[in-house]
Structure formats: structure tokens, C-alpha cells
Design a protein around this ligand. Sequence first.
Ligand code: ADP
Ligand code: ZN
Ligand code: ZN
Length: 731
Amino acid sequence: MTYVRVALDVPLDRVFDYRCDDAGLDDVGRLVVVPFGRGRKVGVVLALTDHSDVAEERIRPVHRLARNLPVLPGPTLDLLRFCHRYYHHPLGATVANALPTALRRPDSPALGPRPAYRLSAGTSAPGRVEPSLRAFAQHALIARLVDTGTIAAGDLAPAALRAARVLLKAGWIERCAAIDAEPTPPLLDTAQPQPQPQPAPTLELTSSQQQVIESVRATFGTFRCHLLHGVTGSGKTEVYLRLIEAALARGQQALLLVPEINLTPQLEAALEQRFGRAALVTLHSGVAEGERLQRWLRAVRGQAAIIAGTRLAVFTPLPRLGLVIVDEEHDSSYKQQDGLRYNARDAAVFLAKARAVPVVLGSATPSLESFAAARSGRYALLELPTRAASRPPQIRTITTHGVKLREGLAPAVIDALAATLQRGEQSLVFINRRGFAPTLFCHECGWVAPCPRCSARLTFHARGERLRCHHCGHEEAVARSCPTCGNQDLRALGEGTQRIERALQARFPSARISRVDRDTTQRKSAFADLRREIGDNQVDILVGTQMLAKGHDFPRLTTVGVLGGDLGLLAADFRAEERSFALLLQVAGRAGRAGLPGHVLIQTAFPDHPLYRAVVAQDYAGFAIAQLALRSASGFPPSLYQALLRAEAATEAQVFAFLDAAKQAAAPIDPALTLYDPAPARIARVAGRWRGQLLVQSAGRTALHGFLDVWLPTLRSNRVRWSIDVDPLEM
Ligand code: ADP
Ligand code: ZN
Ligand code: ZN
């Protein structure tokens, strides 16, 4: 007997055995459709075995092996197993992350021809028994087959399926492949179209770019993790392009990850121009399901040489992978915040190791985790210390202390915007809050408009005068008077992008102002249109959130004003400064990238804060080293390892009862571990559900995982939804 051991996307931490007599070793990694309960599921074959712990008569046969599709190669399965173990997420649910959604449906035609039935060819098989007159289902099925020729087994109701089995035995009908409307994809195409020869790039590399490229090239064919610390505008993109070119020249594939879907169009354009359309696929959540499958197949079959995408692309099985690049490696968008809570940057490093290829982590503000690894020698540190085509921007703080702000804007910032307009250049006003104002406030009694379903305030949106919750989506009309004291003079307190846009339009009536936030970029092509307008010089002032802060290269943008930066300092968690520093340097880095001098003005009430001093000095290393010292002195990552147990339930009492019990269960397992007290989540109630968390900390990674392996299986609750977050970024 041959059994296949299959990973299925179910919330159970186990694999499932099925009978499959014609399975061979080359079916490991194969997609398979299997019966599960009363339905069917798609899974992946992880292993073959000739004995099972399940009683033989209880093992069901596989429905079909998707032999028309390439298998997931060993290193991809290794990566998935690693994520399963490291993030303590069920194996089957982890494996599902590697499959495009179009392949997760058991009736997907892409999984190959579906089994079907048709009437037997020979009409007078000897000994064939007529169905009895009362076997209605059997007669009905025969009648349907006379009409339609074939019927897919999956389209039959249970009674008809039972009838089919009887008729099959009796020789009335036979198995065949369903003729589906959609053609099934062709078999693995072994032809690997080479990227079209492109005109040689004309840019002459700077000497530091050259050095970086040489260092990485020297490690082709082996695993090495390079941390590329390159200041904003230092030409990291060109380095990536040359490295990709070198990988392609070796006949290999390159995987390039970016943190945000908004960064993919600009990257796509650069890659396409250099390597041609045929060589490239981009993968991100904005690609429609069918198209995503086609692109995935081109990557998996080795037809596309360059795979660029957001975090989900890290799981794309690439048969000829030779190089991995993670751009803006510090970005928290690489961390998935639900289900499999993986960090694609860390997964990329594991993948590179499993494939014995180099990986490049690039950033102007590397994460402290990566920087520490580089300082210890575990990663190779490569630097691009100066801009490639311009001077560094000049960064100044503008104190708001004792200064009369107009709609949140300091006079010095207004003046700088006016001067930039005069020069015909572009400005960016950065404020990381969308909406008109973050609160609606009664100055008589102190009431602020709360969300009825969350422990959060409602944001005032000017459009239609609505109050909206940014956590649960709740929306209501603006109250005319204060619900507690009746005061009719409610005020919008603080500034959001809408308010700044309106204030600037009033101050500069003839300026062309564009607001860029999640509200203005909902339409699919909105961001791409805007990028074109900025490039074509049709915009004078941009008002935007962090969507605009990252990665973009707008040559005429010379002035950046930063509002509300102090908020980051007030955040309670230990990563607040690291995040603020990165965001400020990133947004400052948009200024003056193409020769025109760049000016950055940061409004703050605390100009002498060490964070702002480091930002003004643009001193990443100084900041990072000081932060690392602080982290190790006060016992925080990366000098320690953390996991966060998150719980959510209908009542606060349920959440804390669960977390208290969890803490009690944990205590005896490993006394060397630190267990914090259960605490409410940063926003304790979202959409009517209460949230709490329990932080576990350990000096060693192995000890932490050993503990989780014992602890997590003991956690049980019917009322509480819980999950474990390893290396949590948000607390
Ligand atoms: P980063 O990603 O490091 O912030 P980019 O890769 O966007 O920087 O490069 C910034 C600018 O410098 C781009 O306009 C790019 O065309 C230009 N550039 C990069 N390398 C060179 C070079 N060797 N010579 C001249 N210009 C360069
Ligand atoms: Zn009031
Ligand atoms: Zn809400």
C-alpha cells in the first residue's frame, strides 16, 4: 500500500494520510485533491509512506494528483516547515500560504482535468444487470449522461454519486476526464525563454556601488546575508538591477521583495525597462486571482526570471533561484498581522540559506535586529554612505514652542512652501493622520467623540461631515451638540491630511495641491495616476501620510515639511523611537534627490530630544548603536526574544481569565523565562471585542521555542480566540 501524507488547510496541527497507489517520490510537493469530511480539499503531498497509524479501512483514496502542475520544490517545503515551527502555526495552514488562492479550491480547473463519468462504450457487456425500475437515481443519471455526454463527479449530488458507483460496478458507465469550459494549463514548459538583450545601462556606477556589487557577486552560489545600509538616494535600485542582471547571466532567477504594493509600479517600470517584459512577473495582493495564478505558474515553471512582489511573493517556489533582495528591510509591512504571522524578511533569509544563495537586505534605516546581526559579523555590512546623484538634504527642526501655529502649520514651514512654489519646485507636507481632525472635542466638559464599538476616538472627516472609526469602520453623523453637557460649539481638535490640504489651499489659492492617503487612493489606479502627475510636474504641493514617505523618487520634490512627528515619541512601546527615526529619515529622504538641493523642516515641541538630534545629523549608526545599548541594558529585543500571546473575546473577563490561566500553565514549564502579567491590548476593544495579551521573553531563541512547543498545546478555550505572535512588532 502506498500512502501520501498530505498537508491540508485546516486548523489542526497534523497531517493526513490518503491512499494513492500510483504515487511516486516525484509526487512529493505535488498538489492533491482529497476527500475531507463530506467535501474535498486541496492539499500538498509532504511525504510518501507505506504504513500509516490510521486503520487501513479508514484511509480514503486521493481524489486526484495535480500532475499537470509543477511540484513545490524541496527548499520551498523546507521554508514552509520552518515557518510552521518558528511561528507555531499549523503546518497545513502554513502550506496554504504558498498556493495562489485559485489553486486552493478543489474544483479549480487549474488542478487538472476533473474526474467525470460517461456511458460505457460497449452497449452489450455480458452479464450487465439492468438497474431495477425503482432505482430512480440510477435511471436519472443515465438519462442525464445520454443528454450531456459527460458529468463531472464533483457536480453530482450525494445520491447521484451513490448511483454512479453502482452503475460503474455494473459496467453501465465509465470514468473519463471532464470537459471543462476553461482549458487546463499546459504541462510544465521546459523551454526557458532568456530575457531579451537590453541596451547596456548608461549609468556609470559610483565606486561604492561598484564595491557593493562586487562583494555580493563574490558570494553568488553560496549563502550569505548582506545588509546594505545605503542612505536615501544612494542608488540602491541601481545596485539591485546590476545584481539581478548578474544572477540572470548565470541562468538563475532573482526574487525582489518590496514592502508595499504602492512601490511595485515604479519597480516594475525600472525592471521592465532593463530586462524586458517577458522576464518579469510581479506578485501582490492587487493582482486579480486568475492573473495571479498565471504569473505564479510562469515563476514556478522557471519561465519568468525576475519575481518582484510584496511579502506573499517570498513563498513562490522558484526552481532556479539565485539571488534574493529585500528592499526597505526594516519596514513593518513585511510582517503579516494575522493568520501566519510571519516576517517575510526573516523568511527570505531562511529561504536564501535553504537554497544556498546570497540575500541582500537593503535600507537607509536598517532594523536594529539586522544592524545588530551585521555588527556581530553574522551578516556582512555593505554601505552606500553618500547619495549617487545629489547632495544630502538639509534637515532642520522648527520648534513649535511659543510659536503661533496656523491650522497646525508653523510660519517657517509656510515660508518654505511659498519659496518652493516660487522656484517652481515641489513640496511634500507629511502628516501621518488621515481625515480632517483626529478628535471632535467639547471644550466645556472635555467630552471627545468615542467609537461605540472600540476603545478609540472617532476621526472627523470633512467629506459629508462624518465621524469615522479607523479601527472598525464605524461611521456616524457629526453630533450637533455635546451629548453630556449640551454645548453646541463642538470643535475639531488637531490636524489630519484633509485639514492641512484645506489650510494650504486657502493660503496658496493658485497652487496645485494633491492629498495622498488611504481615502484618496482607494481607486485601483489612483496612486499610479498620481505618480504620473507628480512626474509630469502637475502637482505643486503633496499632502500625505506615510504612503508617500517610502521609496519614491520624485526628481522635482525639494521641500519636505513634517507635522505631528512628536506623536511617535509619545507611543509607549520600546520600538517607538526606532520607528520614528526610520520614518523621519525616509520622508526626509524624498527631498532633493536629483541635483536640486533638498530642505526638510520638522515641526516639534522637543527640538533637543536625542531622536531629533540624530535625525538632523542624519546619523543612523550613532542612533542605532545608542538604541542597541539601551535595548540590551533594559532587556528588549534584539538582545532578547519575545512572543506575544494575543487573546480576543466578547467580554474583558473572558480575555483575562484565559490569559491568567495561560500564565499559570506557563510558570512551571521553564523558570528561566520571563512571563509578564496579562495586559489589555493597545486598543483594548475593537468592533465590540475585547483584546488582551501576555508577553513572554527569553534570553535564548531555542529556549523560547522549546517553551512554546510545550505551552501552546495546553491552551484551550471555547470563548476566546487566541494566537501566538513570535517576534511581535506591534504591542
Ligand atoms: P535609493 O533607493 O537608494 O534611495 P535610488 O536608487 O532611487 O536611491 O537612486 C536615487 C537617484 O540616484 C535616482 O534618480 C537614480 O537614477 C540616481 N542614481 C543611482 N545611481 C546613480 C549613478 N551611479 N550615477 C548617477 N545617478 C545615479
Ligand atoms: Zn460637553
Ligand atoms: Zn470602532
